[in-house]
Write a protein that binds this ligand. Sequence first.
Ligand code: GRF
Length: 207
Amino acid sequence: KNLAVFVSGGGSNFKSLHEATVNGFIHGDISVLITNKPDCGGAEFARDKGIPVILFPKVKDGSVLSSKDLVNAIRSYKVDFIVLAGYLKLIPTELIQAFPRSILNIHPSLLPAFGGKGYYGMKVHKAVIASGARYSGPTIHYVDEEYDRGRILAQRIVPVLPNDTAEELAARVLHQEHKLYKEVVAALCEERIIWREDGVPLIQCKE
Ligand code: GRF
């Protein structure tokens, strides 16, 4: 399967997914990277590995790539699935419609808690700690038109420790993000996701 990955930042999830495609844990290839930040760590890593990089929405000369052009560009790489890994912009409706049930995002809290507009980066972990919640952890969900609101596919529980700083909690959650995303994208590429009649997606375990 061919994957497109979207990043805006350091791209540690992207790097870990890339490694999993190279070592065969994921039966797929990252065919193209899309970013709104041409100099971010994720984009640099992609260029280093020879993965084509598309700038969206702003192109280098300051012009804007339309959503339709983005869809066509992604299609030209014969992309089967789209994986968001720390992409901080909303995904255009055209793309969601062009790739139904094929776009995943990872969020560093147990959605629906601590998700939605305004909950990104360290803000998520600060809010979790301030709430007194005992558990947090990553959520992988399908992407729809709203931030962090699509169908939940997988979650993993991470404890919040009594004197945690946001940075400590973030690091503990990120470690699990890398593991969970690999497993879920592997399942996706092996067509081990089934949709229950009521629209709930489930992951089938390997035999
Ligand atoms: C992760 O915490 C992810 O859950 C969120 O953005 C962060 C990206 O981190 N959506 P990285 O760029 O993969 O290191």
